[in-house]
Design a protein around this ligand. Structure first.
Ligand code: ADP
Ligand code: MG
Length: 208
């Protein structure tokens, strides 16, 4: 689904060839500073390659409108944004940004349940802990219903049990709905347990 050909980004990434399959769970692992976040950003055109090309379903992404691409390929950043307002407003804001219709409270509660955030919809989002904010932002992305989820260490602020639980639910959801997950993770355990495909990056290069 994604095909990288001779991709360089500044002196940070140098990837001769890489394929990322559709409808699978791909985990990206590697030391801090190796280029994992940079790779995710290239995939939804938050940044563009200095050299080479990335293909999305055989179309060069340089030729795809960025807004169109980001409706299908949604990234959850490592430090997710939380906006002033309630939990509900924070969940709905992703739909608003991507010009999709709002959903009812029942659906919002179902998503909160999926990310194990047991908070009322009218709770002030600012009061949430770091881990809770991370789950809130994950819920926001799930609501946006992308084809491809790019998640940058989505469980880094969570304890191991919660992490395991949420990733398990997410993976189940991805498989059930035939979506694609590309996830950076520090956890070898998570990668081993759930990945169909593991990409290891070292100093900006993919290890084979
Ligand atoms: N916009 C940028 N300009 C220059 N250097 C950057 C930029 N973003 C990240 N870097 C550097 O690129 C390397 C890879 O960063 P990053 O992709 O964030 O690594 P990782 O996510 O694997 O920890 C790091 O050395 C980082 O300091
Ligand atoms: Mg990173």
């Amino acid at each position: 689904m994604f095909q990288l050909e001779g991709v360089k980004y500044k002196n940070i990434l140098d990837i001769k060839q890489l394929s990322i399959p559709a409808n699978k769970i791909t985990c990206i692992v590697g030391e801090s500073g190796s280029g994992k976040t940079t790779l995710l950003k290239l995939l939804n055109k938050m940044i563009s390659c200095s050299e080479g090309e990335i293909f999305y379903n055989n179309d060069a992404i340089s030729t795809i409108n960025s807004i169109e691409l980001r409706r299908k390929v949604v990234m959850l950043p490592q430090v997710p944004a939380v906006f002033p307002g309630t939990v509900k407003e924070n969940l709905l804001i992703g739909l608003k940004f991507s010009e999709k219709p709002a959903v009812n409270d029942e659906k919002l509660s179902a998503v909160l349940n999926m990310v194990q955030l047991n908070k009322p919809l009218d709770e002030d989002a600012d009061k949430l802990s770091g881990g809770e904010k991370q789950r809130l932002a994950l819920g926001r992305v799930i609501l946006m219903d992308p084809e491809i989820f790019l998640l940058d260490e989505p469980s880094s602020a969570l304890d191991e049990d919660t992490e395991q639980n949420i990733i398990e639910k997410l993976v189940h959801y991805i498989k059930e709905t035939n979506k694609t997950l590309i996830m950076v993770t520090h956890s070898k355990k998570i990668a081993r347990a759930y990945a169909d495909n593991i990409i290891e990056i070292k100093n900006g290069r993919v290890l084979n």
